[in-house]
Design a protein around this ligand. Sequence first.
Ligand SMILES: Cc1ncc(COP(=O)(O)O)c(C=O)c1O
Length: 405
Amino acid sequence: MPGFELFGGEERKEVNDVLDTGILMRYGFDALRKGNWKAKELEETICKVFGAKHAQLVSSGTAALTTALSALGIGYGDEVIMPAFTFVASFEAVLSVGAVPVLVDVDDTLTLAPAAVRSAITPKTKCIMPVHMCGSMADLDALMAICKEHKLILLEDACQSIGASYKGKHLGTIGDAGTFSFDFVKTITCGEGGAVLTNNETTYIKCDGYSDHGHDHKGADRGAELHPFIGYNFRISELHAAVGLAQIKKLDRFLAIQKKNQALLKNILSQIPEVSFRRIPDPAGDSCTFLSWFLPTEELTRAVVNELKVQNILAGNFYWYDNNWHYIRRWDHLKNSVTLNALHPELKEKVIHHATKDFAASDAVMSRCISTAISLLWNEEQVKEKGEKISSLIKKMLNTQKATA
Ligand SMILES: Cc1ncc(COP(=O)(O)O)c(C=O)c1O
């Protein structure tokens, strides 16, 4: 998800606009900022590009999730159903508002398995939070139907899927709210930053206040603003927003390169009958930041991962099953509920429950999955070279396996 790979004069120009005035803050100082409102401009551009009615920029994707959860009224005692394959930020945000993250299985879409969601619903469930991992989408029709049936909130964590869509609508704009991350390794980056997208004005107004100490942002005197509720400081700076403004103008170009490179790579790997690919509910909407593929067994997948390491080409190929950041198997801090301050005993008990919960269905998918990150810098020759290398390595391991069988 490498917006940073094509970084240059456009970003420098936007940042220099801000540095020239010295007004690094997004609010106030109207006279001194010489017409520069980078955060506001980026919010307006996000709305236009993604077709959302409202966008609230914040300091990170994690802050966006926390802000969205709060604005949607999710808090103490509420259960939020989310996938076992995500980034730690997704459950951190849920815990930070005092709610219970309920992690459930993923399927071959690498996102929430609708059947697992259904079985996890209790009277305390308030929200379903699909995470559109690795550039592509969850089965949103199925999840929306569950939300409708049980009157639940749908919050899309689209932090990894900027520019992807489902049936013609951008991910992040379909649920009650959605979130983007603009951290350094996302499709487009601000350095650090995030956004909440929503079509609901009330939710937006809450996000706007919550991310700036609860200020109501009414009138011209910031010091005289009222606080209809308690908020926090999750503000983005003008410098970060300026970088994002340059990056968002390049998004179409980034997506086109990703699509082309991913298709080339997929074509090469699909020549091997033993390789299968991630199921994508709407293939046309894949942002193609990764190509995620499966081998028939964990044993073979491990052998391939090992050979990628031996041949020094593992970088950019992710075996999430062993990864400390993205899959429940390695989240001992969550499973043991290791926090710096006390959690409510009821919440702690529900968090610790994940240590003994059965994730066999997810294990069966994740243990066979490798995701290859798609670079914006590859030319056609390089993609082919990369694909051929991976492909001959898989064939070698398949032959070794056959020989020893
Ligand atoms: C799925 C997902 N959600 C949330 C986040 C949090 O974003 P940030 O790093 O901007 O806090 C990330 C970041 O990697 C992510 O991948």
